[in-house]
Write a protein that binds this ligand. Structure first.
Ligand code: PMP
Length: 357
């Protein structure tokens, strides 16, 4: 605890709990701050969740066999190589608890997801930040950052909040360049939004030192239920299961996630809408002088003139009941992270930013 409290900037990270969910005095809020699915969860997931009601006095499954089987069937993966957690946050926590401790180093990228640092510190390890190249993960810099103390390397591909990703060859080069006692964690929270990308599953199958993490919080719209999973060689899953509590996931979360992953028709519709609206939003914003990198996710990282303009735009949008995310804590003070919403939400956002400009 002392170590966590002593880290500069950690309070700012720890205080972030998904962003504000309301604006005082406004009842209807457009929430584009947490990269949630604007269409919500599959109706089948909601029904499955509700059906659990009469069984709430029962403890949930300890081995998550049904959910692991459903995930395995969906992606053609061996369920024995899958572990489920309370969001992929918990899988990240397990990885740090199991594989890193005092004296060890955990590498993450400059604009990488905040949980890598938080979990490394909580495990007593030392997080080490590595520079990116123009907001893109830099494999050479990561490999140069590895020391004999490095136990874990985290990259999100595509990355939050930068929206960028690196190709399969680059990821394989990173995996192959790491020493045997160092794990590469491919965080695929946004993998589904990058067309044709398997989140790193094939790499897990062909290597001994690669772990993939995935979530039900983004595409599947179940952020409130907290379900994520990891895929890794069985020996690693075995170790992770030793730090997992027996009842980490609730009945409702397990039932909803299982139904969600089986409802491919709903997922496909959400993906198609995201791709269409992402392109529309990016071009509308670029037309009013607000460019963004090509996004492989369900959000945009929009460049403002400077920090002052980012602050002013955020304040203006809040006054209109639109919540977006400032990303100073990710060392991107001149940018705003904006989730791709529904068509009407995107239109309202564009109209508000035109007025702001
Ligand atoms: N990884 C990345 C890159 C994320 O952006 C997030 C959520 N913001 C997560 C992991 C964690 O997601 P969850 O715990 O909801 O599965």
């Amino acid at each position: 605890m002392t170590q966590i409290a002593a880290q500069p900037g950690i309070m700012e990270i720890a205080l972030y709990k998904g962003g504000k969910s309301h604006v005082d005095g406004l009842h209807e809020v457009i929430k584009l701050s947490s990269n949630e699915n604007p269409f919500g969860p599959s109706p089948k997931a909601i029904a499955a969740y509700q059906a659990v009601g009469p069984d709430l006095h029962r403890y949930p499954s300890t081995d998550h066999a049904d959910l692991r089987a459903a995930i395995g069937a969906r992606y053609d993966l061996d369920p024995e190589q899958i572990i489920c957690g309370v969001g992929s946050d918990e899988i990240i926590t397990f990885l740090c608890q199991a594989f890193a401790g005092p004296g060890d180093e955990v590498l993450h990228t400059e604009h990488g997801f905040s949980m890598y640092k938080i979990s490394a510190l909580a495990a007593g390890a030392t997080p080490v930040e590595v520079k990116e190249r123009d907001r893109v993960t830099d494999v050479d810099a990561l490999l140069a950052g590895v020391t004999d103390k490095t136990r874990l390397v985290f990259i999100a591909n595509p990355n939050n909040p930068t929206t960028t990703m690196i190709g399969g060859n680059e990821v394989a080069r990173l995996a192959d360049g790491l020493p045997d006692n160092c794990l590469l964690v491919l965080d695929g929270a946004y993998a589904e939004f990058a067309e044709g990308y398997d989140g790193g599953a094939a790499l897990v199958q062909s290597r001994e030192n690669v772990v993939m993490t995935r979530t039900f919080s983004k595409l599947h719209g179940l952020g409130g239920l907290r379900v994520g999973w990891g895929y890794a060689p069985e020996a690693i899953i075995d170790v992770l299961n030793r730090v997992r509590g027996p009842f980490n996931l609730s009945n409702g979360a397990l039932a909803a996630a299982e139904a969600a992953i089986q409802d491919t028709e709903f997922s496909e519709k959400c993906l198609a809408e995201n791709a269409r609206l992402r392109a529309w939003l990016a071009s509308e914003l670029a037309a009013i002088g607000l460019p963004s990198d090509t996004s492989q996710t369900n959000f945009l990282l929009v460049r403002m003139a400077d920090h002052a303009e980012a602050l002013a735009a955020d304040e203006f949008l809040q006054s209109k009941g639109i919540l977006i995310r400032r990303v100073e804590s990710y060392k991107l003070p001149n940018f705003l992270r904006i989730t791709v919403g529904t068509q009407s939400e995107c239109e309202k956002l564009v109209a508000a930013l035109k007025e702001f400009k």
